[in-house]
Ligand binder design. Structure first.
Ligand code: HEM
Length: 418
């Protein structure tokens, strides 16, 4: 790969890549996993009340056709499963689905004691003090740079021009990648994220990205900088360090874990407010409502609708026996609208009594990047409201809607302003 022999250049920052986030990138992005469901929620509500822990004996899971699958719909049950990593394992499943693309050391697919050690090591790079610096030096400039491109135009399509390129660019900046390599990084990201539809391409992109990251890692080992790769290269716990392969796996995981989710959640936040002008006006008038708007958007339209575990011993969940070897599908989207926890749960209401949602998971694998995701969403919303006066949906912009049943985000966000 050409880039692997190049000397390190400037880090990704602002204003260097005029073509970031153009339409062609978005069109290439294979949305197959999202599915075209416009509103899966009525069906999820029915399931939640009819059979909160539902057993299905015909399995489509790749690992074992003979074992039953259990779908879990209620908030408390989902929480119980996520908190009990001894009974409900994260291993096996992810390896089968993503192992050949993401590498062997995927934190999401580890159980203890491996998970505890690995998480403690990578967490040092995600400490609180790092977030404040990332916000000021990276997230705000990236968001501003994207808005600069359309702020004078009076109209924009915020998915293609803003929410889609935004987290990839933030992540490239976190890694401290050389500016001119961003474009290639984005292509790999798209290929890796399209794994379900185009597995071979994803595997090839993953191998290329590994080779490239090996070069960056070598540079950072020699000459550390203030970026995530340098942090990971030098993270130490009880005299132990991460191996190179562990670092590559973590860096690649940031694409599905950090880029795809945040791209979708930022779109969901913007769509939820833009399609309810009263609530958008409330936020515009009182910015202290922004954090509530973010949490409500995450609850109401979680970007990732379900996660999986494997029961490794016989157990019982809300009275339903679950034999060892069963796959357990945790329906985050259904749990987030559990009416026993949120009155009028099917309504988007930024003024409701805030209660923790399940969109970032819970327990030992709770999202490591949730503070960064919240920062990205907060910066995006504040900046768009600051810089685009009278921001509103374009009434002639077709019929945008949030779609998907594995991942969800808006089809488009055509807006007018000024
Ligand atoms: C709104 C955006 C996001 C959502 C909804 C989200 C959601 C989640 C969920 C549900 C999990 C738990 C998965 C499980 O238990 O199997 C998770 C884990 C994780 N997330 Fe996020 N995430 C988001 C943003 C981010 C960002 C920005 C990063 C990093 C830059 C990130 C990094 C991770 C990592 C590394 C894990 C694995 C933690 C572990 O296995 O111990 N996420 N995320």
């Amino acid at each position: 790969m050409e880039s692997s022999v190049r000397a390190p250049a400037e880090q990704v920052s602002v204003g260097q890549e005029p073509s970031v986030g153009d339409d062609s990138d978005f069109e290439v992005f294979d949305d197959a996993v999202a599915g075209d469901a416009r509103d899966p929620y009525p069906e999820l509500a029915l399931a939640r009340s009819a059979h909160p822990v539902q057993r299905l004996d015909v399995s489509n899971m790749p690992h074992d056709q003979a074992q039953p699958v259990f779908f879990v719909y209620r908030y408390d049950d989902v929480l119980d499963v996520l908190r009990d990593g001894e009974t409900f394992s994260s291993a096996h499943i992810i390896e089968l689905i993503m192992g050949d693309v993401m590498g062997k050391h995927i934190i999401l697919g580890m159980d203890n004691p491996e998970h505890r050690r690995y998480r403690a090591l990578v967490s040092t790079a995600f400490r609180r003090s790092a977030f404040a610096r990332w916000e000021a030096e990276l997230v705000v400039p990236v968001a501003n740079e994207l808005v600069d491109r359309f702020a004078g135009r009076g109209r924009a399509e915020l998915v293609r021009e803003f929410t889609f390129p935004y987290p990839t660019k933030v992540t490239a900046g976190l890694l401290g990648l050389p500016g001119e390599d961003y474009r290639q990084f984005q292509r790999w990201s798209i290929a890796i994220l399209s794994v379900i539809g185009k597995r071979d391409q994803a595997i090839a992109a993953s191998a290329e990205m590994r080779e490239y990251l090996a070069w960056v890692l070598g540079e950072r080992r020699r000459e550390p900088r203030e970026d995530l790769i340098s942090e990971l290269a030098h993270a130490e716990l009880d005299g132990e360090r991460l191996t190179d392969e562990e670092i590559f796996s973590f860096l690649r995981l940031l694409l599905p874990a950090g880029v795809e989710t945040t791209y979708r959640s930022t779109g969901n936040l913007l769509f939820s407010l833009l399609s309810r002008p009263g609530q958008l006006d409330a936020v515009r008038a009182d910015r202290s409502l922004v954090p509530q708007a973010i949490e409500e958007a995450l609850r109401f339209e979680t970007p990732l609708l379900n996660i999986t575990r494997l029961a490794v011993r016989d157990t019982v969940l809300s009275g339903v026996p679950i034999p060892a070897g069963s796959t357990v599908m945790l329906m985050l989207a259904a749990a987030n609208r559990d009416e026993t926890r949120w009155p009028d749960a099917e309504r988007f209401d930024i003024l409701r009594d805030p209660k923790v949602h399940i969109s970032f998971g819970q327990g030992p694998h709770v999202c490591l990047g949730m503070h960064l995701a919240r920062i990205e969403m907060r910066v995006a919303l504040n900046l768009l409201l600051d810089r685009l006066p009278d921001l509103r949906l374009d009434p002639d912009g077709g019929d945008p809607y949030i779609r998907g049943q594995v991942f969800r985000s808006p089809t488009s966000l055509p807006v007018l302003f000024g």
